[in-house]
Structure formats: structure tokens, C-alpha cells
Design a binder for this molecule. Structure first.
Ligand code: PRP
Length: 210
């Protein structure tokens, strides 16, 4: 491939783990360090020129789908929520956690006289999950601190990520169902995959595999 491969990398939750793994795979630390505010980093990996874009996780699928980046690394949660038209050739196993339905101890099941109220940052994942089960829901979108919703009567349950379980525990909530397992996956633009399969395989081979 004559031009540099451009990789969309998420800032935030996954960034540190990813920087360690990519560092071990030969990506220079400056390409991903969070002390630098430049968002486009050029780097040579095994003598091959590469470009890294540091993006908000939610934007990674957008850049790759539109071909502005050749490939990206993003949590499966973001990918499922966006239903982006991308190939997912590799699961790194990094940032492993679960998408779950959680509720307060006192919750005994969906109410009979109205829809189950579900607070979540992931409305599409929540809707799809309850549609599969045939449960009527009212999905309430919130941006974060989802665990507070059932505590103040905004919702009956939540759909959210759980990693250590500490946030649920400290807020008196328990897991009722697992929706899906989540970890960081590699996403690739469909056209780019056809044209540059070898370069992409060379890069993903350096990443950890689930
Ligand atoms: C995530 C998630 C849970 C928490 C789970 O929130 O939405 O709230 O982490 O982690 P745990 O099981 O290890 O406690 P995040 O930290 O991204 O913040 P947010 O609530 O503002 O979205």
C-alpha cells in the first residue's frame, strides 16, 4: 500500500489498555500518548507509515464508514448501537465487559399495566433486546450515571455496561440478564478491506486476540 494506513483510535475508557497493546506491537508511544493535544499522529510501524486519529469512541464508526479512516478500534457496544455498515475482522478482547439489564433488589418483573421503563445510554441495543423477548418497553435515553435512574423512579431497570460490578453494587442494583459480551473490536471500511486486505491483516496480527 503506497499511502499510510489511517487508524481511528478511541480516547477515554479503552485508550490506556490500547496504548499498551499497540506499544507492545511496535507503535511508538508518542502516537497514542494522552499528554499531547494533537489529534492526528504520524508514526512508522515496522518501517510502514501509519496515521492515528484520536477520536471520541462514538465517532470511530463514522470516520471508518465514510472512508476518512481505513480502520478503527472501538467497543462492540458502540458498534451495536450504531449498526454501522462495517466489517469486524478481529476481536482484541481488550476492555472486556458485559451489557446487562440491571434492577433494584425490589424489582419483581415488568409491570402489567404499563410498559417497562428502561433507562440507558444505548436505546437501540435496549429496544432490540426487549423486542426479542417480546417485552413492551419505554426507553428513556440518558447520557451517563444511568444507575441513578431506578433509584429516583425515572425507570424500572437500566441497560448498561458492567465491568467490575462495583457501580451496580454501590447503588443497590443487581444484574438480571446479560444482553451481550463487549470488548474492543477492529472495524474496517468495506472497500478498504478489499483493496488493502494484506496491510490490514499485518496490523491486526499485532493486536491481542480474544
Ligand atoms: C460505565 C458504565 C457503568 C460503569 C460500570 O460508566 O456505564 O456506569 O462504567 O463499571 P463497573 O462495573 O466497573 O463499576 P462510565 O464510567 O463510563 O461513566 P458514566 O456512568 O458517566 O457513563
Amino acid at each position: 500500500m503506497s499511502r499510510a494506513l489511517t487508524v481511528a483510535v478511541p480516547k477515554g475508557r479503552l485508550a490506556k489498555q490500547l496504548a499498551r497493546s499497540l506499544g507492545a506491537a511496535g507503535v511508538p508511544a508518542e502516537a497514542l500518548s494522552d499528554t499531547d493535544r494533537t489529534l492526528v499522529r504520524e508514526a512508522s510501524v515496522d518501517g510502514v507509515p501509519m496515521r492515528f486519529l484520536l477520536l471520541k469512541p462514538d465517532d470511530v464508526p463514522t470516520y471508518v464508514e465514510h472512508g476518512a479512516c481505513d480502520l478503527g478500534i472501538v467497543g462492540r457496544d458502540v458498534l451495536l448501537e450504531r449498526e454501522a455498515d462495517l466489517l469486524v475482522p478481529h476481536d482484541t478482547g481488550l476492555g472486556r465487559c458485559r451489557m446487562v439489564v440491571a434492577a433494584p433488589e425490589a424489582f419483581v418483573g415488568a409491570p402489567r399495566d404499563r410498559a417497562l421503563r428502561v433507562a440507558t445510554k444505548y436505546p437501540r441495543i435496549a429496544r432490540n433486546h426487549f423486542a426479542r423477548a417480546g417485552t413492551e418497553v419505554e426507553v428513556i435515553f440518558v447520557q451517563g450515571s444511568v444507575e441513578t435512574a431506578p433509584l429516583v423512579g425515572l425507570s424500572d431497570v437500566i441497560v448498561d455496561l458492567v465491568e467490575t460490578g462495583e457501580t451496580l453494587r454501590q447503588n443497590g442494583l443487581t444484574v438480571r440478564e446479560t444482553v451481550c459480551d463487549v470488548s474492543a473490536v477492529v472495524v474496517v471500511n468495506r472497500v478498504v478491506f478489499k483493496l488493502h486486505r494484506a496491510a490490514i491483516a499485518h496490523f491486526t496480527a499485532k493486536l491481542p486476540a480474544r
